[in-house]
Design a protein around this ligand. Structure first.
Ligand code: PEP
Ligand code: MN
Length: 470
C-alpha cells in the first residue's frame, strides 16, 4: 500500500450483485457459534491437529459452492411439494468417494436420476424436483468411534472428508486437510452437474431414448404399458410443435447430510440481499437420524441458516419430537423450509408413521414428507456385507403411500441410495441380483445402493403408486 493510500477515493457501493453471497472470511452472525457449547455427536477428534485452523480458514475464504438465490428458488419448489403440487426425488451414493469424481460416474448418476424423474413426472402428472445426494455427501455417522480388527484398534471410517477407508493408522487418523479436498471435489462435481443439466444433456427426448434401452430387457416387460404411454406423450408433444428448448434444461439441486459442523460452519456465508446466513456447501442439507437431538448442536446450528432442511425420522420418533423439531427448525412455518425423511423400515412404517403424520397434520404445519425406504431395511448378507432386499424397499414405499392416503396427507417424495452403475449391492429386482454377484460387483464403502436398473424399476413402481394419489 502506498503512502497516499489513506487519501485514495473509497467507494461505498456494495461489491456484490443481488442474490450473491458475501464470501470473504467466516460469516459473522449472532448465534452461529452457539452449537459449540452444545452436545455434539459424530465428529472426529481433530481440533488439536496442526492443520485444523488453516483448513477452516481456507474454506472460509473460498467461494461458496451454491448461491443464496438458487437456495431460495429450491425452497419455493419445495413449497409446491408441501402443497401437493410437485414431487421430490433425492438420490445418490450413501457416501461419495474422491476416486469416483469422474465424468463417467457423475454422468451415469445424473442420467439415472433424470430417467427416474421422467417416469415419476409421468406417474404424478406433476413437476419433479431433482436433487442428488451429490457434491458434498462425504461425511458419515458411525455406530462406534473405533474399529477393531484382530488386535488392532483404529478410528472408524467417517467418510473421505474426515479419513480414509484403508485400515492403517496413516489413513484412519482424521485429517482436516481432507475438508479442503472434499470442497474441491464437490466444486468439480457441481460444475459437471451444472454443465450437464443446463447444456442439453437433460433433453426429454434423449432421456426417453435411454429409458427405451431399459425396456428392451424382457425382465422389465411389466412396465411396457407405462413406458409406452410416456413415449406416446413425448411424440404427441413433438407433433404439436411443443417448444423443446425449454425441456433441454432442467434444475438440479445438490444435497448432503450436514454432519460435519466444522465444514458447514466454514462454508456458511451471509447473503448480501437479506443479511441472512446460508450454508453454501449445498442447496439442501439434512440432519441424520443419529444427530437430530432437540438440544444438540446439529439442530441448533441448522435452525440458524436459511436453507431448506431435511430431518431423518426413524422408528423411535415420537409425535412430540416431530412437533418440537418443527418448532425449532421452522418456527415461522415457512413453506418449503422443512422436509421429514421417513426411514422406518418396512416392518414399522404402517404402524409407526400414522401418529407422526396425524400430529403434523393436526398442528396445521406444512412440511414435505419423503420416504427413504433404504435405511430401515438394512440386513447382513452371508458374507457379512450390508445389503437390502428390493422387495422390502418397495414394500416400505407402498406402506408410506398407504399411511398418507389414510391420513389425507400428501406423500411428497422419494429418497434413495443409488448409483448409475451396474453394481450388485441390493438383492432382487426383476433382473435379479443375488449374493453370488457380491464377490465381483459390490463396491460401496458404506451402505448398499440400488444399481441403475433397480433404480429405474423403483421409479416405475412408484409411478404406479403416484397415478393413484395425484
Ligand atoms: C444416510 O442417509 O446415509 C444415513 C446415515 O441415514 P440415517 O441418518 O437415516 O441413518
Ligand atoms: Mn446410508
Amino acid at each position: 500500500m502506498g503512502v497516499n493510500a489513506a487519501h485514495e477515493p473509497r467507494t461505498e457501493t456494495p461489491l456484490t450483485a443481488p442474490g450473491e453471497i458475501v464470501h470473504t472470511g467466516a460469516a459473522e452472525f449472532p448465534g452461529l457459534d452457539s452449537w459449540r457449547e452444545l452436545p455434539l455427536k459424530q465428529q472426529p477428534d481433530w481440533r488439536d491437529h496442526p492443520d485444523f485452523s488453516s483448513a477452516c480458514a481456507e474454506l472460509s475464504s473460498n467461494p461458496p459452492l451454491v448461491f443464496a438465490g438458487e437456495v431460495d428458488k429450491l425452497k419455493r419448489r419445495l413449497a409446491l411439494v408441501a402443497n401437493g403440487e410437485a414431487f421430490l426425488l433425492q438420490g445418490g451414493d450413501c457416501a461419495e468417494t474422491f476416486e469416483d469424481v469422474t465424468a463417467d460416474k457423475i454422468s451415469a448418476k445424473v442420467k439415472t436420476l433424470l430417467q427416474m424423474a421422467v417416469v415419476l413426472t409421468y406417474g404424478a402428472s406433476l413437476p419433479v424436483v431433482k436433487m442428488g445426494r451429490m457434491a458434498g455427501q462425504y461425511a458419515k455417522p458411525r455406530s462406534s468411534d473405533m474399529e477393531t480388527r484382530g488386535d488392532v484398534t483404529l478410528p472408524s471410517f467417517r467418510g473421505e472428508i474426515v479419513n480414509g477407508f484403508d485400515f492403517t493408522p496413516e489413513t484412519r487418523i482424521p485429517d482436516p486437510k481432507r475438508m479442503v479436498q472434499a470442497y474441491h471435489k464437490s466444486a468439480a462435481t457441481l460444475n459437471l452437474i451444472r454443465a450437464f443439466t443446463e447444456g442439453g444433456f437433460a433433453d426429454l427426448r434423449a432421456v426417453q431414448q435411454w429409458n427405451k434401452g431399459f425396456m428392451e430387457n424382457p425382465a422389465h416387460a411389466r412396465y411396457e404399458q407405462i413406458a409406452g404411454e410416456i413415449d406416446r406423450a413425448v411424440r404427441f408433444m413433438s407433433a404439436c410443435g411443443v417448444e423443446f428448448e425449454s425441456l433441454k434444461r432442467t434444475e438440479f439441486y445438490a444435497a448432503h447430510e450436514a454432519l460435519l459442523l466444522d465444514y458447514e460452519r466454514a462454508l456458511t456465508r451471509i447473503d448480501s440481499r437479506t443479511g441472512q446466513p446460508y450454508v453454501t456447501s449445498g442447496h439442501f442439507v439434512w440432519i441424520g437420524e443419529r444427530t437430530r437431538d432437540l438440544d444438540g448442536a446439529h439442530v441448533d446450528y441448522l435452525s440458524r441458516v436459511r436453507n431448506p432442511l431435511g430431518v431423518k425420522l426413524g422408528p423411535s420418533t415420537t409425535p412430540s419430537t416431530v412437533l418440537e423439531l418443527i418448532e425449532k427448525l421452522d418456527p415461522e412455518r415457512e413453506p418449503g423450509r422443512l422436509t421429514f425423511i421417513v426411514r422406518m423400515g418396512t416392518a414399522n412404517v404402517r404402524e409407526k408413521l400414522p401418529a407422526l403424520v396425524e400430529a403434523v397434520r393436526d398442528s396445521g404445519a406444512k412440511v414435505v414428507w419423503v420416504t427413504d425406504p433404504m435405511h430401515g431395511n438394512t440386513i447382513t448378507a452371508k458374507n457379512g456385507y450390508k445389503t437390502r432386499r428390493f422387495d422390502d424397499v418397495m414394500d416400505e414405499v407402498r406402506g408410506f403411500f398407504e399411511v398418507h392416503q389414510a391420513a389425507g396427507t400428501y406423500p411428497g417424495g422419494l429418497h434413495v441410495e443409488m448409483t448409475g452403475d451396474d453394481v450388485a449391492e441390493c438383492l432382487g429386482g426383476s433382473d435379479v441380483i443375488d449374493e453370488s454377484a457380491f464377490d465381483t460387483r459390490y463396491e460401496s464403502l458404506v451402505d448398499p445402493r440400488l444399481n441403475h436398473k433397480q433404480s429405474l424399476e423403483l421409479a416405475f413402481l412408484v409411478a404406479e403408486q403416484l397415478t393413484r394419489v395425484t
